[in-house]
Design a protein around this ligand. Structure first.
Ligand code: PGA
Length: 259
């Protein structure tokens, strides 16, 4: 794992957007895995700016989103489908046919999940996966106890996640209790992974992910097994890391080599 500690949210977002932009320039038909939530908003803003001001071209890019609330239609303002169009896709030149987001209204869930995996495979696999992290250490909606080798499936949201996500709904009661999510096994097959976290509220989850044991109780900890995972965190989210100085030292040396 490479750990990059940035001064603030803005710098975290710019670092992530730069890596994504480099990926797209290197391979215009890149397959991106995308995330929702407050964390990646700054990254998406920066990508939109790069598209408008620097001509970053998304016309051949293919995307797969991590998850979607079960029971919400794509037109529902709290659906992740709606979120992605509102915060990214409507502002860049992506072909809507290249966008994949789990269907919150899927009737045959098992068939839907198998097909989602098949579509990722047919697209050639995910080149770069962007992730946020929950306070309980989840990636996508893989809540504590989810299998570390799991595939796309339906899951039940943990109590903590329902509380955290209630801020987007009128009340906690309105937060869907189920979601369709890529599994940790699906995520781990991405060739490169960037996990973002900012704010003090994520400090425990980040410390457990980076320096704790690999455990299904903190599903993000499986990223320790990934050969190409980058954790980009602001100072507040890095607060509880014991080996901060070492991570800074590593980055200084790598950056000197242009890596
Ligand atoms: P957040 O959510 O970006 O809104 O904090 C992250 C997550 O739950 O994965």
């Amino acid at each position: 794992m490479r750990v990059i500690i940035t001064e603030n949210y803005e710098e975290m977002s710019k670092r992530a957007a730069k890596i994504i932009a480099e990926q797209i320039k290197r391979k215009p038909n890149s397959v991106l895995g995308l995330a929702t939530g407050s964390t990646p908003l700054g990254t998406y803003k920066e990508l939109i700016r790069m598209h408008r001001e620097e001509g970053l071209d998304f016309s051949k890019v293919v995307t797969f989103n991590l998850d979607e609330y079960y029971g919400l239609a794509p037109t529902h303002p709290q659906s992740y489908h709606y979120f992605m169009f509102e915060n990214l896709f409507n502002h860049i030149n992506i072909n809507p046919r290249n966008v994949h987001i789990p269907d919150g209204l899927a009737k045959d869930i098992k068939a839907f999940c198998e097909n989602y995996e098949e579509e990722i495979r047919r697209a050639g696999g995910i080149d770069l996966q962007l992730l946020g992290i929950g306070r309980d250490g989840h990636i996508a909606f893989n809540e504590p106890g989810s299998p570390l080798m799991g595939r796309t499936t339906i899951i039940a949201l943990a109590e903590e996640t329902i509380k955290d996500n209630a801020r987007f709904f009128k009340s906690e009661a309105e937060v869907p209790r189920l979601a369709i999510t890529m599994g940790c096994g699906t995520i781990m097959e991405a060739r490169k992974i960037i996990l973002l976290a900012n704010g003090e509220g994520k400090a425990d989850a980040i410390a457990a992910t980076v320096e704790g044991p690999i455990t299904s109780q903190i599903t993000a900890s499986i990223l320790q097994m990934h050969p190409n995972a980058i954790i980009i965190v602001d100072e507040a989210a890095a607060m509880k890391l014991r080996r901060k100085d070492y991570y800074r030292h590593v980055n200084r040396l790598l950056e000197e080599q242009g890596l």
